[in-house]
Write a protein that binds this ligand. Sequence first.
Ligand code: ADP
Ligand code: ASP
Ligand code: MG
Length: 421
Amino acid sequence: MSGTVVMKFGGTSVADAERLKRAARRIVAAREEGNNVVAVLSARGKTTDELVGLAREMSDNPDPREMDMLLSTGERISCALCAMAINDLGHRAISLTGSQAGIVTDTSHTKARILDVRADRIRTALDLGQIVLVAGFQGVSTTQDVTTLGRGGSDTTAVALAAAVDADVCEIYTDVTGVFSADPRIVPDARKLDVVSFEEMLEMASSGAKVLQLRSVEYARNHGVRIHCRSSFDDSTGTFVVGEQETMEHALITAVAHSTDEARLSLLGVPDEPGAAAKIFAALADANCNVDMIIQNEPLEEGRKAEVSFTVPRDDLRAAQAALEPVAAELGIETIDAVPEMGKVSIIGAGMKSHPGVAAKVFQVLAEERINIEMISTSPIKISCVIAADQVPTAVRVLHGAFELGADGIVAEAPIGEQAR
Ligand code: ADP
Ligand code: ASP
Ligand code: MG
């Protein structure tokens, strides 16, 4: 029996007619090797950003349901066009929307979660020998509305389909040759990782390394999907995301991740009473805002007021401010201060669990560059610092250098003939 592969092509990899045709040829080649092929496509190039722009021209606060109707169109265009190209190559292709592909989500528009994949229609098409193209980043909610899965969501579509059709591998084709020790666009000597553990990849994705969407990594871990992240422009082997026991290398630090899309909110004059923080964060959760780091400065004297600061993705800032207004009025909070231009730099490595001193080195390296750390959070394998957005590229480079993560940081073994000397 033949195997099944899921192949996902990101926006840059389908940006124009030539690239779409190249993706079509690659999909056909996998079919001709005898595989059942399900391909997931993203919207072409900057289409999703352009659609967001169109919405903003219409409204400051577009209705999320209509936003999803709009955003989901980008990936449909890619799939229909690619199906045409594949048919011209002498194969039979069928394109499906997320809904037609059986991707059922919850009802949280613009960041829906996949609840179920009813892949019968895909299986039937595969049994007929068809290549199935599925529009990424979208599904249908339990109340029959079109939903989207959050930016970068086509990765999650691909992984969920790979789990549903029991694929041998989920190949994520993108515009870099794999997962690197840092964003190769910021750090030219970043090193490509042959394998990365789920644990580390989850931390990287949640720290802003958008090469794989966070939820796709969670889904792959929970459902045992093998991810191979690789280039759509050449045939080289990319990066496999694997279980921890499969990682050969146990580096102290594996990667530096960053984000320049954070915003900080500070609430000044929060009453020092039990339940105040609970009210604030419940309001944010109800508005579906993803709060990241939180700091509360407790007043030294009883009866004085506290200050609570936290970060949210910049895209959630407006919704967060709106959600906070009624709570602020209720609690008598004096000021809500917003700083939209924040970023975050994080270092990740399973080895730091057993190695003290990493945090001290991070702080020292950033201090030498006069980069002010506004907030810090840690996990057993990650240290994150919130800093000004415009200082992020420098912070990434100096940390990557200081921890010797680059291609040059690996000391090559001496060639055989020289070992005796
Ligand atoms: P796609 O459109 O294929 O989904 P994305 O833009 O979502 O591609 O993700 C790929 C980009 O992720 C790369 O172009 C790179 O700039 C960025 N990136 C950030 N961190 C990393 C990393 N550690 N390794 C590889 N790429 C990274
Ligand atoms: N087109 C969507 C985005 O730009 C989804 C994706 O590419 O994964 O975020
Ligand atoms: Mg992406």
